[in-house]
Design a protein around this ligand. Structure first.
Ligand SMILES: Nc1ncnc2c1ncn2[C@@H]1O[C@H](COP(=O)(O)OP(=O)(O)OP(=O)(O)O)[C@@H](O)[C@H]1O
Length: 301
């Protein structure tokens, strides 16, 4: 696996997303509690933490599925040179206007459509605008034909990037699981996002597929210069490709920093270990954190 170049030296990259004092309550439950962090353009920012820590709730607030109880979520759109206050936006406008793409923990493809059609449909908003809400499309006007061609080209480009060109005509539901995950990423990229939010993209992948995923996400970061926000339990992915990691536990941020800083942080180790007092980390936790020695005085590099 290729470790990312140090992106922390020199001038910091511009902030793309600023999360300030985000809290989300469900009745008496505080799922996210006064969370602040920034994600930068051209970087991969990961949000990690034990089950129920509040990671998906953060994504749901960012992408308009939930209205935060408190907090400001600012996207500094580099292409449009415009600031969006996401907490004020309706869900569909977050993708359409702020250009935030998203994949889900549970794959949400159109199973009966072909692989290629899934990528065309993702560009529905652009095509609808070009068709002047169906009129230009029905009349086959050049403005629509041009937009349609561009949508197909973009779809084919992403099919190629995720290695699915030969399966373009397959029904999406017949793809192997790993291919479906990659198709979801391709679909999210077809809307040309400035921020791509990926909710557990490595879930269910085998080690080879996880490595391929790392390569793909690094390429998206480096070639397209967008910001990626990643929720992931697979630490080989998180530690291998993240530029910055935010760690949540019970809705609160308990640590943040580069992979090395985070995996050596005692609060992070404790969150994964729970309150147990054993000297040694359980094997699966040690492996998850990339740790090689005991909890006390651990050297996790
Ligand atoms: N719509 C909802 N209504 C009530 N409680 C919710 C809702 N969504 C999330 N929660 C609760 O908020 C807390 C955080 O959930 P969330 O799904 O954000 O955690 P997570 O860190 O993504 O967990 P996992 O790693 O298991 O996916 C949990 O206690 C969950 O039960």
């Amino acid at each position: 696996m290729t470790a990312p170049q140090s992106r922390t030296s020199g001038t910091p990259r511009p902030v793309l997303l600023n999360v300030e004092h985000l809290s989300m309550r469900f009745g008496g439950l505080i799922a996210v509690d006064d969370l602040s962090f920034a994600a930068r353009a051209g970087e991969i920012t990961s949000i990690i933490g034990p089950n129920g820590a509040g990671k998906t709730t953060v994504f749901n607030c960012l992408t308009g599925f939930y209205k935060p109880t408190v907090g400001r979520l600012t996207l500094e759109h580099p292409r449009k040179n415009k600031r969006f206050y996401l907490e004020r936006m309706e869900g569909f406008r977050v993708a359409q206007q702020a250009d935030i793409g998203r994949t889900f923990q549970n794959i949400r493809l159109f199973g009966r459509m072909s692989v290629l059609e899934n990528l065309i449909v993702a560009q529905h908003n652009v095509l609808m605008r070009a068709s002047v809400f169906s009129l230009a499309g029905l009349l086959g006007l050049p403005i629509y034909r041009k937009a349609e061609r561009a949508a197909r080209d973009r779809a084919r480009y992403w099919l190629d990037r995720v290695g699915l060109t030969e399966r373009a005509d397959w029904e999406a539901q017949n793809l192997p699981y790993g291919d479906q995950r990659r198709l979801e990423i391709a679909r999210a990229m077809c809307i040309q996002p400035v921020l791509l939010c990926l909710d557990e993209p490595a879930a269910g992948l085998n080690p080879k597929e996880s490595l391929d995923l790392n390569t793909l996400l690094l390429a998206i970061r480096d070639e397209h210069g967008i910001g990626l926000l990643l929720i992931e339990h697979d630490m080989s992915v998180v530690m291998g490709i993240s530029d910055h990691i935010v760690v949540l536990d019970h809705g609160r941020k308990i640590a943040e920093g580069d992979p090395r800083t985070v995996r050596e942080d005692p609060a992070v180790i404790k969150a994964y270990l729970g309150e147990a007092e054993e000297e040694e980390l359980p094997a699966e936790v040690a492996q998850d954190l990339g740790a090689t020695s005991s909890r006390k005085g651990a050297n996790h590099a």
